[in-house]
Design a protein around this ligand. Structure first.
Ligand code: KG4
Ligand code: ZN
Length: 352
């Protein structure tokens, strides 16, 4: 007997990407439409929340329609809706959540509200025919590092629904530091991909910046001291009328961020005796970060996985992958058709 495949329509609008995807059995991407507002926001050097909300309003319906059409399915074929409810920008979150609630009510489709940070981890499990990515097989316990524009968290997962934050940033998130330094160097927004590109042309160890040293048993990060060090360096060059080599600065800055991320994450894996490590979030698209993690994790016998770059940054496919495990665990019964669901801009990971 062939079992029906579970199809989830997922919606992601937590920041500046309007995205909808249809995911089958938590793994197969039938469609994943991502409409980025990057060009609009780059005019202002960063995301303008009010503009992001208006763009989501304009884009969401066509993005969802395109996603269903590309997957070759209709709303009647959808088993559940998965939607991001936080953390993120309240206006953008509300657009996606309100739309999902309306669809859920009109078509009697159950709704699964999800935590954006947790969803990033699930990008590692997706099969992607475009990039020929196989997707990881799940083996708990896992350690995950989510590094994005708003978060830098080391997370220990005992199972799908039991997780613990082992380390987090005490100030700026890694992606935020990339964006701020890129702005100081007059690079475009978002800054991460620009610094990534520029750093490849930099001379190693020509310009070096400090790494934050925290207490021995701490797995937390701190990037604000590094940010100040780069800004001071730039000011001093200007005052002394010395030339600024952006490539060397980009490399020195990036190397300091990567070193902190890799060192703390591998230390956490060792302490918890975890051999499976998943990296996720926008910053995990960084080419040097991927190389350094692979090299240093392998030496310690830790298997490390990254999503393909397109699934590192915000997308709805990861939301559909995460939603599947709520669906099959029966958690959906409790939340079916809840019209009182609200966006939670500072939703904590432990409250998933
Ligand atoms: O996960 P994401 O798309 O959105 C959030 O949930 O925040 O992450 C966006 C962040 C931005 O700060 C961006 O500069 C950074 O990810 N990013 C990168 C790269 N690509 C995106 N950082 C470093 N290197 C990259 N290649
Ligand atoms: Zn994100």
């Amino acid at each position: 007997m062939t079992q029906n495949k579970i199809k989830i329509l997922a919606i992601e609008t937590s920041c500046d990407e309007t995205s909808a995807a249809v995911i089958e059995d938590g793994k197969r991407i039938l469609s994943n439409i991502i409409s980025s507002q990057r060009d609009t926001h780059s005019l202002y050097g960063g995301v303008v929340p009010e503009i992001a909300s208006r763009e989501h309003l304009k884009l969401l319906v066509p993005v969802v329609e395109k996603s269903l059409a590309l997957a070759g399915v209709e709303l009647d074929d959808i088993d559940a809706l998965a939607v991001t409810r936080g953390p993120g920008l309240v206006g953008p979150l509300l657009v996606g959540l309100s739309y999902a609630k309306a669809l859920s009510y009109a078509k009697r489709i159950p709704i699964i509200p999800l935590n954006h940070i947790k969803c990033h981890i699930y990008a590692n499990f997706l099969e992607d025919s475009l990039t020929k990515n196989q997707g990881m097989e799940l083996e708990f316990p896992l350690m995950a590092l989510v590094v994005s524009g708003g978060h830098s968290d080391i997370i220990y997962l005992k199972s799908h629904h039991e997780l613990e934050i082992v380390g987090e940033t005490l100030d700026d998130a890694a992606g935020e530091a990339f964006d701020k330094i890129a702005r100081a160097l007059d690079l475009g927004y978002p800054g991460g991909p620009e610094i990534d590109k520029l750093a490849r042309e930099g001379k190693p160890k020509e310009v070096e910046f400090p790494r934050a040293t925290l207490k021995e048993r701490s797995y937390d990060f701190s990037f604000s001291g590094l940010k100040s060090a780069v800004l001071n360096y730039l000011n001093q060059c200007k005052m002394k009328n010395e030339p600024i080599n952006k490539e060397d600065i980009a490399l020195g800055f990036q190397q300091s961020v990567i070193d902190q991320l890799v060192t703390n994450t591998l230390k956490a894996c060792k302490e918890r005796q975890v051999e499976e490590l998943l990296i996720a979030g926008g910053v995990s698209a960084n080419s040097a970060l991927r190389e350094e993690f692979k090299e240093r994790a392998e030496k310690k016998g830790i298997r490390v996985s990254f999503p393909p770059p397109i699934l590192c940054t915000d997308n709805a496919a990861m939301v559909g992958a995460c939603g599947y495990w709520y669906y099959v665990s029966g958690r959906i019964e409790k939340i079916q058709n809840r019209l009182d669901l609200n966006a939670v801009p500072n939703l904590s990971l432990e409250d998933n």
